[in-house]
Design a protein around this ligand. Structure first.
Ligand SMILES: Cc1cc2nc3c(=O)[nH]c(=O)nc-3n(C[C@H](O)[C@H](O)[C@H](O)COP(=O)(O)OP(=O)(O)OC[C@H]3O[C@@H](n4cnc5c(N)ncnc54)[C@H](O)[C@@H]3O)c2cc1C
Length: 381
């Protein structure tokens, strides 16, 4: 979208766009068909600085702002929603939680490895029985001397199998009210009792790794606790605020990517002796997509800008995610419609964009939950 980004942001956008076109575009369709996490791309993501986007330079990261984070995710999503989800969740959730609330020792141990791509980060809040009602989680962590013993099951965890570490939210104080007795811990793969038990097959984002995780008497030292005891849920809400900006950016990229394909196709495809782009019905679909996506972009980059200014942005992040995700689903759907029967086949990747973007209405809080957050802010004012 035409927008007054800084020169630095424009250069970043161009370099991530070039990277995605050269290194991701040739493989994205195959990765999706194989439903395989493409671990071969991880070192290249790390070389580009895309696995330590917000990590300070002292820990080997790129030390970029939230606007840059959104730009990176948007540009990758134009080509591949699955990889955009990997970049968004690795940077924003697992790594983001350590960055925001971890101890110095945790930052020293996890952030450089995350930035180098040695360890991808997972972040486990959702459970089989608690999604939107995330504070209803039942995974427990019981203290025994200097250790905690974690038991429970987590559901839909991105990088659940391929991650090197996982930040997990567990109930530490059953007597406290639902939101007050939750604490975060970082657990490394290979820890006894911690396993990724099931790979989940999905509608879209199929080359992103999504797993069910099991914690069976997992023992961690108190030094693996992230943040204050019983403060994990408040911290989690802050992590989700920034995460929602990245899901909005992912939706933007998928929507714009589909619109680019539809615009090109409309000029090439001929029916009734003329390009279908000459039919007003097709023009209106293109115009609606562009208008809604640009509106979504303004909401998304406003939220990122507010965050970068250190100003409140929780409501704006929810508004961006809500509008961008629904606008992207409409844009991908219309773009597929413009492709006619060919759009319904796997020959064109517009169908993959439609499948991938649906996640943006669900992950990191459904559209319904975003509406609740926005209304709560509005009514509190
Ligand atoms: C591909 C994928 C990756 C994910 N990655 C992660 C991850 O890395 N880490 C993680 O912790 N989680 C992850 N999630 C989980 C995701 O955040 C949840 O799926 C989401 O929050 C919704 O929870 P749920 O699936 O349990 O749906 P539910 O909460 O059961 O919701 C079902 C329906 O009821 C509606 N609903 C629920 N409560 C209300 C209400 N109060 N008012 C109105 N409507 C309501 C919902 O909007 C939805 O339409 C991922 C999910 C997917 C699909």
């Amino acid at each position: 979208m035409d927008f007054d980004f800084s020169e630095h942001h424009n250069l970043l956008r161009q370099s991530v766009r070039d990277f995605a076109r050269a290194e991701v575009a040739p493989h994205a369709k195959k990765w999706d068909e194989e439903e395989r996490f493409p671990s071969e791309i991880v070192p290249k993501l790390a070389d580009m600085g895309l696995l330590g986007i917000r990590i300070p330079e002292e820990f080997g990261g790129s030390a970029m702002d939230t606007t840059s984070y959104a730009i990176c995710v948007e540009e990758i999503a134009k080509i591949d929603g699955s990889l955009a989800l990997t970049v968004a969740s690795h940077n924003g959730l697992g790594t983001g939680h350590i960055l925001a609330f971890g101890s110095d020792a945790q930052k020293q141990r996890y952030l450089p490895r995350a930035a180098r791509g040695e360890w991808l980060a997972a972040w486990a809040l959702t459970e089989p029985g608690s999604g939107s009602d995330s504070a209803g989680l039942t995974t427990t962590a019981r203290r025994e001397g200097d250790e905690w013993i974690i038991n429970g099951t987590k559901m839909f965890i991105t990088q659940g199998r391929v991650g090197g570490f996982c930040v997990v939210l567990a109930r530490t104080n059953p007597a406290a009210s639902k939101q007050r007795g939750i604490t975060a811990f970082v657990v490394e793969h290979g820890t006894a009792g911690f396993s990724a038990s099931k790979h989940l097959e999905k509608l879209g984002c199929r080359s992103s790794d999504t797993a069910e995780l099991t914690f069976d008497n997992v023992r961690v030292h108190d030094s693996q606790r992230v943040g204050e005891i019983d403060h994990g849920f408040t911290d989690t809400m802050k992590i989700l605020d920034r995460g929602r900006i990245s899901i909005a950016a992912m939706a933007l990229g998928l929507g714009y990517g589909a619109l680019d394909m539809a615009t090109k196709y409309a000029k090439d495809r001929r029916q009734f002796g003329k390009a279908i782009a000459e039919f007003q019905a097709v023009q209106w679909m293109l115009a609606d997509c562009k208008t809604e996506l640009d509106a979504a972009s303004l909401l998304t980059y406003r939220a990122a800008w507010l965050c970068d200014q250190g100003r409140p942005y929780s409501r704006e992040a929810s508004m961006a995610k809500l509008f961008a995700s629904e606008a992207s689903t409409r844009a991908c759907n219309k773009s597929l419609q413009i492709h006619g029967g060919y759009g319904y086949t796997r020959e064109f990747s517009v169908e993959r964009h439609l499948r991938d973007t649906k996640l943006c209405e669900i992950g990191e809080g459904t559209s319904e939950v975003q509406r609740l957050v926005i209304a709560k802010h509005l009514l509190a004012g």
